[in-house]
Structures are given as structure tokens and as C-alpha cells.
Design a protein around this ligand. Structure first.
Ligand code: HEM
Length: 459
């Protein structure tokens, strides 16, 4: 199968010069957020990099080629090594499994994310946001800055716990926040290493990771045991997982499978949304005109009351602000696929086993598809403005059959949170504090995001 044809297949894919032993690994690791965009700019929409010895990896930046890998020829691409780095943490859950196992689990979990089901969860989402707004009253009054990145993590963790797992995770926020840095660090190490050291070696990094994973395991097994003990039969995702029976064997999921699915939902379901919200607050603070437009929409539609699911379609600018924040700072800044068999893309030959990086960070700022790519302009997502823009020029949630299952959940949640908190507060970064994205599995603010909170009524 051939994607759009270009150069003849016998031509080598262009790419930067490489160190004879280490290839391009060092530069890619040192500063991937600069390395990959520069490679696209200098070598084009398909770039080849050298790893150790004969190993190669590739970057595809054109929306048509991303569509080719994720949709049109998805059968020839699996997650492969890109999932392998996350497996030590989340095991074989929905994010990392492949083939029949993945298909069965996706079918099983999908109903928990249906539109009507989400609408029913909106009240819980707003209630959690209102509680956060209340809690911010005191720091706002005394002028004490809060780490808004940590606040957003706590809030989104609480929401995913309550809405999907029927569990109050407010007591677990510290456990998760404490475990995340070591797990993200280790996952990134696995992703970047050609020969990672086995986990049984007691290196400081391995030990930090195993301690953090054990803490998350205790939490997740605790959630499962508690639900089994109370026998509560809700209609949330955890109930669906517990009630699932294999169509052939009639067997329930093992504890290990349950743990993998629950941990996947717990982590994938909160960290990404928290990152999206953190950058949204930061960008609003830097663009007072966009902030004023947002405030005007909230005043017109809500007039100070808490938002409901029914309000959400009438808050288009709120949504545009979040979409534009995820364009500039995509929470999952890169994903990837590995070719199963030989392929040909734009006339280039791509050997079986080739890893292909697909990076929203790169494509979302691609000047062929975005005017003033580095500017924050929520109006680009206004209805009608996307005409002519290729579908996967924007893919914060991935694409094709492995597209994010929590896409609608996350957008609803983010809109309700922004609508609730922005009605009450204006957030401003602490002057002098460095703000920069850190490319681990997600794109968190590297040094946190301390901000001061200003009551709008008092402004
Ligand atoms: C702004 C928030 C979010 C962003 C940016 C995001 C991003 C993504 C991306 C890019 C993928 C595809 C990865 C790939 O193709 O390699 C993905 C998959 C996934 N996401 Fe999200 N996500 C978000 C929120 C959520 C939420 C709220 C949940 C659950 C409640 C969730 C659960 C998952 C799961 C389970 C998968 C794997 C789906 C599959 O392979 O079938 N995500 N997400």
C-alpha cells in the first residue's frame, strides 16, 4: 500500500548528520522540543534519524502521513516499542494492549464514555470544581500563590475517581502526586534507551520507580477490594469491568487485568487533562484580551451560576480557548507506531520494524497548516474556521481506532472547570518563576505553575 507518492522509493529518507556510535540519540534526548521541530524545518515532513548501529527511527509531520499511519494503513502499524516503555507501569491495559485483547477491552469500556453517560457525570465534575473554587478563597484573600499544576492534578484525579471508579480519591491525591515524578522519569528513560537496565538491578532510578509503582498498586488494589467488599453495583466503569465475563470462557477479569485497566484510567484519565488545564490558565494570564472574551461569554451564558452539561454547547469560546491551549501545549506531545511489515510512504521505503514518531507538538506548529503558529489565537477554532485544514493537522487525542477513549470526557470536564473557576478568579503567574514545558510522557510545566489568585468581584 502506498501513501501519497513523491520521491521514488530508492531515494534515502533525508535526515541530520549523526554521531558514528550514538547516532542522533543524544540531541533527541537533550531537548526533543527543539530537536524535532528543527528536523522538520531542515529535512521536511518525513525525517530519518540514526539510533545505535544500523537502527533508525523516523518523524512524520504531515497530516496526510499521520492519517496514513493511524487510520488508512493502521493495520500495518502497532504501538510496539512505544507501548513497551509504559508497560512496566500500567501493564496491559487499554492504552498499551494490542490486537484482540485491546479490541475486547475497548468494546467493553466504550459505553462508559457515551455522550448521555458523560452528561450524567457533568454534575460531579462541576461540584468538584465548585469545591476547588471555595478552597481557593483563603489563599486568594491572603495573596498566597498556589501551584496551579498541582491543583489541577488534584481536581482531575478527584473527578476521574468519582465519575469512573465511584471512589473518593481525595485522600489519594498525595500518593499519586508523590508517585508520578518517579514513574514519568522511569517511563521516559525506557522510551529513550535502546538497552534499558533490567528492573531487578537496584539502581537508584529503578528503586524509585518500584517504590512509586508499589504505592500506586496499593491504591488501585484497595479501590478494587473496597468495591468488591461493599458489592455496590453502580453503572460506572469499575462496575462494568468487574461484571465483564469472557464470551468464550465465561471467566471474569483477573485481579491483574483489573489492576492494569484501573491504573490506566486513573493515570491517563487525570494527568493529561490537568496538563491541558495548567497551560490554559497560563495562556489566559498572558493574553488579557482572550481572557476578557472568555469572561464576557461566561457572564452572558451563566451570569455567575455554576455550569451544567446543557450549558456546554453555548460556551464555544471556552472550548476554543482549551483547544488552542492544547494546540500550543499538547498534553501528549508525541506518540508513535512501529511498522509491522515493509511499507512505502511518499515513495520512500520504510522497512518492517521502523519506529515512527508522530508529534502533535511538531504538527500543531507546522507553518504550512497554521498561520502565526506560535501565537495564541482561540479564534482559529471558531466554527467554520477549520475549513481547508487537514483533519490530523490537530490531533491532541491521537487518531484512528486508538484515538483517546476519554476525549469527550476530558473536553467536557475541562470546559466545566474553566467555566467555574474563571467566573470567580483571575490567575497570574508569580513574577520571575521560570515557566517551561518538560517533555516526559506528558508536557507538564517543568517547575510547576505557581500563580496568585485574584477574586474577580474584588478586582
Ligand atoms: C486533555 C486530556 C487528554 C489528552 C490530551 C489525551 C490524549 C490521548 C492520546 C494522544 C491518546 C492516543 C495515544 C496513541 O495513539 O498512542 C490517548 C489514548 C487514551 N486515553 Fe487519553 N487523553 C486525555 C484524556 C483522557 C481521559 C480523561 C481518559 C480516561 C478517562 C483517557 C484515557 C485514555 C485511554 C484509555 C487511551 C487508550 C485508548 C485506546 O488505545 O483504545 N484519556 N489519550
Amino acid at each position: 500500500m502506498t501513501a501519497a507518492t513523491g520521491a521514488p522509493a530508492r531515494h534515502a529518507i533525508p535526515g541530520p548528520p549523526a554521531h558514528p556510535l550514538l547516532g542522533n540519540l543524544r540531541e533527541a534526548r537533550r531537548d526533543p522540543l527543539a530537536f524535532y521541530p528543527a528536523a522538520r524545518r531542515d529535512y521536511g515532513d518525513i525525517v530519518r534519524f540514526r539510533s545505535l548501529g544500523p537502527l533508525r527511527w523516523y518523524l512524520f509531520s504531515h497530516p496526510d502521513d499521520i492519517d496514513y499511519v493511524l487510520r488508512r494503513n493502521a493495520r500495518n502499524y502497532h504501538k510496539g516499542i512505544f507501548a513497551a516503555s509504559i508497560v512496566p507501569l500500567v501493564g496491559e491495559g487499554l492504552l498499551t494492549s494490542e490486537g484482540e485483547v485491546w479490541r475486547r477491552q475497548r468494546r467493553l469500556e466504550q459505553p462508559a464514555f457515551h455522550r448521555q453517560r458523560l452528561a450524567a457525570l457533568a454534575a460531579d465534575m462541576t461540584a468538584a470544581a465548585v469545591a476547588t473554587a471555595e478552597g481557593w478563597g483563603e489563599p486568594a484573600r491572603v495573596g498566597r500563590p498556589l501551584d496551579v499544576a498541582a491543583e489541577m492534578s488534584r481536581l482531575t484525579l478527584q473527578i476521574v475517581g468519582r465519575a469512573l471508579l465511584g471512589t473518593d480519591t481525595s485522600g489519594a491525591a498525595a500518593t499519586v502526586a508523590g508517585a508520578l515524578p518517579a514513574t514519568l522519569e522511569y517511563t521516559m528513560y525506557r522510551a529513550e534507551s535502546v538497552f534499558p537496565l533490567p528492573l531487578r538491578l537496584p539502581t537508584p532510578r529503578n528503586r524509585r520507580f518500584l517504590r512509586a509503582r508499589a504505592a500506586l498498586d496499593r491504591l488501585v488494589y484497595g479501590i478494587i477490594a473496597e468495591r468488591r467488599r461493599t458489592g455496590a453495583d453502580g453503572d460506572d466503569l469499575l462496575s462494568m469491568l468487574l461484571a465483564a465475563r469472557d464470551a468464550e470462557t465465561g471467566e471474569a477479569m483477573t485481579d491483574r487485568q483489573l489492576r492494569d485497566e484501573v491504573l490506566t484510567i486513573l493515570l491517563a484519565g487525570h494527568e493529561t487533562t490537568a496538563v491541558a488545564l495548567s497551560w490554559t490558565w497560563f495562556l489566559l494570564s498572558q493574553h488579557p484580551e482572550a481572557e476578557a472574551t472568555l469572561h464576557a461569554e461566561l457572564a452572558r451564558v451563566l451570569g455567575g451560576r455554576a455550569p451544567t452539561a446543557a450549558d456546554v454547547p453555548r460556551l464555544p469560546y471556552t472550548r476554543q480557548v482549551i483547544e488552542e491551549a492544547m494546540r500550543l501545549y499538547p498534553p501528549v506531545w508525541a506518540t508513535g507506531r512501529q511498522a509491522l511489515g515493509d511499507d512505502e510512504v511518499r515513495g520512500y521505503r520504510l522497512p518492517a520494524g521502523s519506529p515512527v514518531v508522530l508529534s502533535p507538538w511538531v504538527t500543531h506548529r507546522h507553518p504550512d497548516f497554521w498561520e502565526r503558529p506560535d501565537a495564541f489565537e482561540p479564534e482559529r477554532f471558531a466554527p467554520g474556521r477549520a475549513a481547508g485544514r487537514p483533519h490530523l493537522a490537530y490531533f491532541p487525542f491521537g487518531g484512528g481506532q486508538r484515538q483517546c477513549i476519554g476525549n469527550g470526557f476530558a473536553l467536557l470536564e475541562a470546559q466545566l472547570i474553566v467555566a467555574t473557576l474563571a467566573q470567580r478568579y483571575r490567575l497570574r503567574p508569580v513574577p520571575g518563576h521560570p515557566i517551561e514545558p518538560e517533555p516526559t510522557v506528558t508536557l507538564r510545566p517543568r517547575h510547576g505553575l505557581p500563580m496568585t489568585l485574584h477574586e474577580r468581584s474584588a478586582a
